[in-house]
Design a protein around this ligand. Structure first.
Ligand code: CP
Ligand code: NVA
Length: 327
């Protein structure tokens, strides 16, 4: 398998075999890291990390993975570069690719990262856009595989805003890998019909399936993975909270939801999560709307079924695999 020079913009661009190859490579790199076997495969190379939105996991995963591969990193934060404000995406791509061996981009529309890749002479990796979060997908697939030993046939149920980056990406990932994806939420929050059709075609070939339902009993029955994400994503206006709480509270992942899923079901979340009021936003929401937990209850988040921190660790191993393979 040769992925050298390839961009990593969305999972739709990658075949099942290529995804499996990256997952195996990530598992191998994880093993090596635990055994303290050095993996400086790209010693002396340099990468740029562009973040137009904030991050803990993705940034740290890229930085640590880059150091482990022997590389140097430049971090461009949401306010410190000319990108988009004084310099176009196309010009930025040509400048950065003359200095760096790879570029990570986190920001707004998918079109921006696609344009960056179009004008870049080096691999571009999508660290999250409004539409997709592909590096998160590899971490999630690795976590599911570690937990259940396989991907094909697993039912994953996503509850919450399924038309944004996480819902879209999980639907694509499941379709590709022969998994059964269910969006269990209010109909307004189902993924866009065009993407659903595309994923249905992919799922037909892989042995997977796509289900959209408002019914929690239908959505959770037999699910091995219950997945959720924040109700309001980065870049969305604060005024939307009230409506989101009203629409999505019925789909909060709580003990009752977990009880209806498969008895071995795990809880997953890309993080950060609002499961208590120990954050500034959590406190603000509590003051305004009187709720102490949002998309997931603290009980489920802290339960033995929650694999969210394994998932977070796997961000680093999988991002390392992407960079190791594409550089
Ligand atoms: N899951 C995720 O992308 O986390 P960060 O926003 O902290 O990078
Ligand atoms: N949907 C979330 C994902 C964060 C990793 C957001 O875009 O803010």
């Amino acid at each position: 398998m040769n992925l050298r020079g390839r961009h990593f913009l969305k999972l739709l661009d990658y075949s099942k075999e290529e995804i499996n190859y990256l997952l195996e490579l990530a598992a191998d790199l994880k093993e090596k890291k635990k055994e303290r076997i050095f993996t400086e495969y790209h010693k002396g190379k340099n990468i740029a990390l562009i973040f137009e939105k904030t991050s803990t996991r993705t940034r740290c995963a890229f930085e640590v993975a880059a150091y482990d591969l022997g590389m140097n990193v430049t971090y461009l934060d949401p306010s410190c570069s000319q990108i988009g404000k004084k310099e176009s995406t196309a010009d930025t791509a040509r400048v950065l690719s003359s200095m760096y061996d790879g570029i990570e981009y986190r920001g707004f529309e998918q079109d921006i990262v696609e344009e960056l890749a179009l004008y870049s002479g080096v691999p571009v990796w999508n660290g999250l856009t409004n539409e997709f979060h592909p590096t998160q997908m590899l971490a999630d697939l690795l976590t599911i595989k570690e937990h259940f030993g396989e991907l094909a046939g697993i039912k994953l149920t996503y509850m919450g805003d399924a038309r944004y980056n996480m819902g879209n990406s999980l639907m694509v990932a499941c379709a590709r890998m022969g998994m059964h994806f269910t969006a269990c939420t209010a109909a307004e929050y189902f993924p866009a019909p065009e993407l659903v059709s595309e994923c249905e075609e992919i799922a037909e070939a892989s042995g997977g399936s796509i289900t959209l339902t408002e019914d929690i009993a239908v959505g959770t029955a037999g699910a091995k993975v219950i997945y959720t994400d924040v109700w309001v994503s980065m870049g969305e206006p604060d005024e939307i909270w009230e409506k989101r709480i009203r629409d999505l509270k019925p789909y909060q992942v709580n003990a009752n939801v977990m009880k209806q899923a498969d008895q071995d079901a795990v809880f997953m979340h890309c993080l950060p999560a609002f499961h208590d009021i120990k954050t500034a936003t959590g406190k603000e929401i509590y003051q305004k709307f009187g709720i102490t937990e949002m998309e997931v209850t603290d009980e489920v988040f802290e339960s033995a079924r929650s694999v969210v921190f394994e998932e977070a660790e796997n961000r680093m191993h999988t991002i390392k695999a992407i960079m190791a393979a594409t550089l």
